[in-house]
Design a protein around this ligand. Structure first.
Ligand SMILES: NC(=O)C1=CN([C@@H]2O[C@H](COP(=O)(O)OP(=O)(O)OC[C@H]3O[C@@H](n4cnc5c(N)ncnc54)[C@H](O)[C@@H]3O)[C@@H](O)[C@H]2O)[C@H](O)CC1
Ligand SMILES: [K+]
Length: 523
């Protein structure tokens, strides 16, 4: 699903009206109608139902006027509380205001004070205060109105986006409405899918309002990864596939106390469909990983009494990396200085597509400019906000304040693919293309989840997926496996190996006609 900023949506409106001759009132009519339909579907129609529509003076309010008219036709009492003088309403919104019976509209330029009881008596409150036109922090009568709506205890339906949410980022601009349902128009806005806006919007419906297809297709936006987008990426496997055709991944991982990270990355690569996985570990840890893993082949590296990688392991690792289809570097490596040095050497020397996570990223953060020495070879980083902050030399709140901007900035500056983890993981490509992941749940906020993701992405790279596809499909699959687990067991107590073991089921649910007819292309 494509998502756009509020500004892009506003220019889409202009294009539809100016270039394609779609009247603005027609767009507004369909927008209001889509909201009314969603309300009717949820609450039914007919006498005894009361909608209170809290409307601003812009086109978001205009949609509210249409909703009032349509619900009235369906037997509702549909009252509009307009936070402005009627003369302040202009354009298409004014056309629709004039079409309402005067008894339905109460003009309240001083604010909602005194209307609390009326609002509490409603079946549904419609939030048509502010949409994509919001341009500053919300205060004054709009801020007070938002507080009244949030305190009313009645189901709230937001028109386009909850009032107070920045459509370009999902940020709360001072105060924002908390809705049960949001009906967004033509395309979802970033603010509908990014937190905290996504949570404040409740269930999201995106309604077709007759925006010309060319306008939709040509609008600059980013991909929101849902099941459909994942299915579009995933490729069928050939019935004559063999382990050699499904990619051989090398996982370079582990230090004392962190063998689990190495095991999970390796096992998750297998669960995501890697044909073969070799797991290179410091030699002293080999007996542990020999018994911890079954299908992965372990390779002891360095002196037998060493529990972490030394700088001198470079030659051995380069020779085991030869011919591998993807390399995962980082899970549980530790931060010993000689290991950090080794990561730096590997960065410039490894040819295979490389996924770097965890302590691998901490080593990169010491000298990120080394990434530029990979010169065209594929590099994919999977930082969480703390690692992203270290990579960029900024604070975690700075990363959280602009997750898309940070991911895009680093990916383009260092010519890497990057997954910035967290609720709604951001995927950025070296050309600045962005995707937002829609799967996952709070059960994933537990140790080891990153190791699983690293294994998944390495497996997809090893199977020959384009790095941007591997990153998008990888984050979606990882979150989707966790969602399937959550359906069964809830989110509390979920652990990373649960997600690892749910990966095949997630893949199976996303795969259409797996193992199709003979002759399908080999991955
Ligand atoms: N294709 C579509 O998506 C369609 C969307 N429609 C609806 O139109 C709104 C956008 O309308 P617009 O008039 O541009 O802006 P708003 O109604 O969101 O509000 C603008 C109005 O409010 C003032 N304002 C801005 N910020 C604040 C603030 N912080 N506090 C108080 N007032 C503020 C501003 O000065 C303006 O006067 C979109 O969301 C849809 O709901 C159309 O129906 C057509 C199709
Ligand atoms: K709104």
């Amino acid at each position: 699903m494509k998502v756009v900023t509020g500004q892009v949506m506003q220019s889409m409106d202009k294009r539809a009206i100016g270039e394609f001759g779609v009247p603005g009132v027609a767009l507004m009519e369909r927008a209001g109608c889509a909201c009314a339909d969603a309300i009717s579907q949820r609450f039914g129609d007919g006498a005894g139902r009361k909608a209170v529509i809290v409307a601003g003076k812009g086109n978001n309010g205009g949609d509210g006027f249409v909703i009032s008219r349509i619900l009235s036709q369906r037997g509702w009492e549909a009252l509009v509380l307009l936070l402005a003088a009627p003369q302040a309403v202009t354009g298409d919104a004014a056309v629709n205001l004039e079409r309402l019976d005067s008894g339905v509209v109460t003009s309240l330029p001083q604010g909602l004070a005194g209307q609390e009881e009326l609002i509490k008596s409603a079946t549904v409150v419609v939030d048509a205060l502010l949409g994509t036109g919001i341009n500053s922090e919300v205060g004054g009568i709009y801020g007070e109105a938002i507080d009244v709506v949030n305190a009313c205890g009645v189901p709230v339906v937001a028109v386009d986006i909850p009032s107070g949410i920045d459509a370009g980022s999902g940020r709360v601009l001072g105060r924002a409405v908390r809705a049960d349902l949001t009906v967004s128009f033509a395309l979802a806005k970033l603010g509908n899918v990014l937190y905290p806006g996504a949570e404040l919007g409740g269930r999201l419906v995106v309604a077709d309002i007759g925006m010309p297809q060319a306008v939709v297709d040509e609008a600059p936006g980013c991909e929101f990864m849902d099941r459909e987008s994942a299915r579009a990426i995933i490729r069928p496997r050939s019935v004559i596939a063999h382990k050699g055709s499904n990619g051989h991944c090398l996982v370079i991982a582990g230090s004392v106390g962190k063998t689990g990270a190495a095991a999970m990355a390796a096992q998750s690569a297998l669960r995501a469909g890697a044909g073969l996985v070799s797991l290179a570990v410091p030699a002293a840890l080999n007996p542990v990983l020999e018994s911890k893993t079954t299908e992965a082949m372990t390779i002891p590296i360095g002196p037998e009494d060493k529990w972490h990688f030394l700088a001198g392991a470079l030659g051995e690792l380069l020779s085991v990396a030869k011919g591998k289809d993807a390399v995962a570097l980082g899970p549980g490596l530790g931060t010993a200085p000689s290991t950090v040095y080794l990561v730096h050497s590997l960065l410039t020397a490894l040819d295979a597509p490389l996924v770097i996570d965890a302590d691998g990223l901490n080593a990169v953060a010491v000298a990120p400019e080394l990434l530029l020495r990979r010169r065209g070879r594929v590099t994919l980083l999977t930082p969480h906000p703390g690692e992203m902050a270290r990579l960029m030399g900024v604070s975690v709140p700075e990363v959280e304040a602009d997750r898309i901007g940070c991911a895009r900035d680093f990916a383009t500056r260092f010519q890497v693919y990057l997954v910035l983890k967290g609720a709604r993981s951001i995927v950025a490509g070296p050309d600045g293309t962005i995707a937002i992941n829609g799967s996952g749940n709070p059960g994933m906020a537990t140790g080891g989840m990153g190791d699983v993701l690293t294994g998944v992405i390495a497996a997809l790279l090893g199977q020959g997926y384009h790095p941007f596809a591997a990153a998008r499909l990888g984050v979606f699959l990882h979150g989707y496996a966790a969602d399937l687990m959550a359906e069964e067991t809830g989110t509390r107590g979920m652990v990373a190996t649960d997600v690892q073991e749910a990966l095949p089921r997630a893949l199976q649910r996303l795969t259409v006609a797996e193992g199709g007819a003979a002759g399908t292309s080999i991955n």
